[in-house]
Design a binder for this molecule. Structure first.
Ligand code: ADP
Ligand code: MG
Ligand code: ZN
Length: 604
């Protein structure tokens, strides 16, 4: 506070100095006296005088030019007319009289305006330091802490579910939220509990914000949105008070949707920040939790939050009664991409050579935002070319521009790569299905994730089991080899894409031999080094076993891996027709569900 008032004081000082300077500069002093002037005139040295009559008649100034003098002298006079008659008396007629134009009102008012603005600024600074002293509650005094949530009411939100392409499962999941917002009584009457908070999780640009807006649009309720970066303000305590105001406003407008974008900015795991200086963020987060706990279950407020980093969120926000529901919003598959392209091509005339299906096929891994961007760039390219419609050429050019941009480089995959991935994932999937102790397959996908994985085959979440068995571990290794085996069978060549699988298989086999005593030849001995991560273990650290045993272990690991590899090969060869069908289906749809996958086996 001391520092703040000091600042205010200096501000005031500056204002006053400015003020006085202005006044003194306006009333400058003459640099020649009237007596001197007439003395010069009588000596005949004055060559000319320009008299400027001020707006405030009869004052004015005389600009006197004197022979041999470099500068023009100025004499301020209180009566221009008197000066003129005196000059006449002196017999001097080389003077002219002009009127100084009246100052514009802006110039006249300027000093006043400056002073007022400065005082206002000073007042704000003082108010704010006061708000700080009162721990944020004073923030309201100046509306400083008023939430910057943009309120959008029903006639403004025009987005409907039909504007969100793809995401069929997600929309289905959210349909009940729409219904609840439309008719809360229907649910409260039967005592149903509708979740208060929902977390939309997915990569940026996949349509999370769009989806939240569409819910508000469908239900016809107000939509309050705030981005978490707006919570964390430079003034302490303001974030928390923003949250409070946001929820107060929401309560007044229920039923409604509160949308918190980038929630990870505030709801990061508490205490994980470096240096610990995150009081403001924690205060804001705490306030948010308090507010969410504060309103009743069926008050008609649904809080939705979006993030792409669910792993770094504070577990506290995902407790029951808070954001206890997660909706995953993934990258679109071929069909989804085509639908998204169709939506964004609506107001863009397309040439007859443009085939959105082909575009969809070549943009694996693109998000909705990327696709929108792609069409926009194409439209710009067409306009540059003075064409009234977009041609395939524009899209191709823009594709490189949008796709090759920095980190998206990895997202452009060729048909060949796609094909390899399809067979690779099909190989894993078939083994998951055929082997008794692993699987079943939940979904298979060849949509690039943006990371290093070209696709994935997802088994159903594992049941919590106390221990793993030797048989299952072997089957896991076999599944790991599925991708490589399929590549080898079909393409007669292998790729580096299976390196992760091989690493995984090797580490499972090593654990079997050295840790769990599952190998007959090596025996039930633990050769596992606990401090395996310890740096420098290779520098003179004595292994718990000799070179002979080490050789034996390596041979045994190799034997297990080779055996599993050939088993994987046998099984996939036996099901080669399914491998073909599955890969074909994947190439067509990019993502297939458990039912679709299992149907492939149906005819057998
Ligand atoms: P997120 O919130 O997930 O980062 P947005 O909802 O802000 O993504 O999406 C950005 C833009 O991308 C949207 O405004 C829309 O134009 C486009 N978009 C993304 N997903 C879709 C989709 N499923 N259907 C139609 N347009 C989409
Ligand atoms: Mg968004
Ligand atoms: Zn693999």
């Amino acid at each position: 506070m001391k520092q703040k008032s000091g600042f205010g004081f200096y501000l005031l000082l500056i204002v006053l100095v400015f003020f006085f300077w202005y006044y003194f500069s306006a009333t400058a002093t003459s640099d020649i006296t009237s007596k001197e002037l007439f003395a010069q005139i009588s000596e005949g040295k004055v060559t000319g005088i320009v008299i400027k009559q001020n707006a405030e008649v009869p004052t004015g100034e005389a600009r006197v030019t004197i022979k041999d003098a470099k500068k023009v002298h100025i004499l301020y006079v209180s009566d221009v007319n008197a000066l003129q008659s005196e000059l006449k008396v002196a017999g001097f007629d080389r003077y002219t009289v002009t009127n100084v134009p009246q100052d514009g009102w802006v110039k006249q008012m300027l000093p006043m305006l400056i002073v007022v603005a400065a005082l206002f600024l000073l007042f704000m600074v003082m108010m704010n330091s006061q708000a700080q002293m009162q721990g944020g509650s004073g923030g309201k005094m100046m509306n400083f802490g008023k939430s910057r949530a943009k309120m959008t009411t029903q006639d403004k939100i025009k987005i409907r579910f039909e504007d969100v392409a793809g995401l069929a499962e997600e929309k289905e999941e959210l349909a009940e939220v729409v219904d609840f917002l439309k008719e809360p009584q229907k649910y409260t009457m039967v005592g149903a509990r509708i979740p208060k908070g929902m977390l939309l999780v997915g990569p940026p640009g996949t349509g999370k914000t769009l989806l939240a807006k569409a819910i508000a649009g469908e239900a016809g309720v107000p939509f309050f949105s705030i981005s978490d970066s707006a919570f964390v303000e430079m003034f302490v305590g303001v974030g928390a008070s923003r949250v409070r105001d946001l929820f107060n406003e929401a309560k007044e407008n229920a039923p409604c949707i509160v949308f918190i974008d980038e929630i990870d900015a505030v709801a990061r795991r508490r205490g994980s920040g470096m240096g610990g200086g995150h009081d403001e963020r924690e205060q804001t987060l705490n306030q948010m939790l308090v507010e969410m706990d504060g309103f009743g279950e069926n008050e008609g407020i649904i809080v939705m939050a979006a993030t792409n980093r669910v792993d770094i969120l504070d577990p506290a926000i995902m407790r029951p009664g808070r954001f206890d529901r997660k909706v995953f919003v993934g990258r679109p598959d071929v069909k989804g991409r085509e639908d998204i392209l169709k939506i964004h091509a609506k107001n863009k005339p397309l040439g007859e050579d443009v085939d959105l299906h082909t575009v969809a096929r070549t943009t694996a891994g693109f998000t909705g935002a990327d696709l929108e961007n792609l069409l926009n760039e194409s439209a710009i390219a067409a306009a540059k070319d003075n064409r009234k419609f977009i041609m395939m050429r524009d899209i191709k050019d823009s594709f490189v521009k949008v796709g090759i941009g920095t980190e998206k480089k990895s997202r452009i995959i060729t048909e060949k790569e796609k094909k390899i991935t399809a067979y690779h994932e099909s190989g894993h999937a078939i083994l998951f299905h055929v082997l008794p102790d692993v699987g079943p397959v939940y979904s298979v996908s060849i949509i690039p994730t943006g990371g290093s994985a070209a696709g994935y085959t997802m088994p159903l979440p594992e049941k919590d089991e106390m221990f793993n068995t030797r048989g299952r571990m072997l089957q896991e290794i076999i599944v790991d080899f599925g991708g490589r085996v399929a590549e080898e069978l079909i393409f007669d060549d292998i790729t580096t894409g299976a390196s992760q699988d091989i690493k995984q298989a090797t580490s499972t086999a090593r654990a079997m031999v050295t840790q769990y005593g599952m190998s007959a030849s090596v025996g039930p001995v633990c050769y596992h080094e606990e401090d395996e991560v310890f740096l420098g273990r290779d520098y003179g650290h004595v292994k718990g076993y000799g070179e002979a045993v080490a050789g034996e272990i390596d041979a045994e690991i190799k034997r297990i891996l080779e055996e599993c590899y050939s088993k994987a090969r046998d099984i996939i060869k036996e099901h080669e027709d399914i491998l073909e069908k599955c890969a074909g289906l994947l190439l067509e749809k990019e993502k297939i569900s458990r039912a679709e996958f299992e149907a492939l086996f149906g005819e057998e």
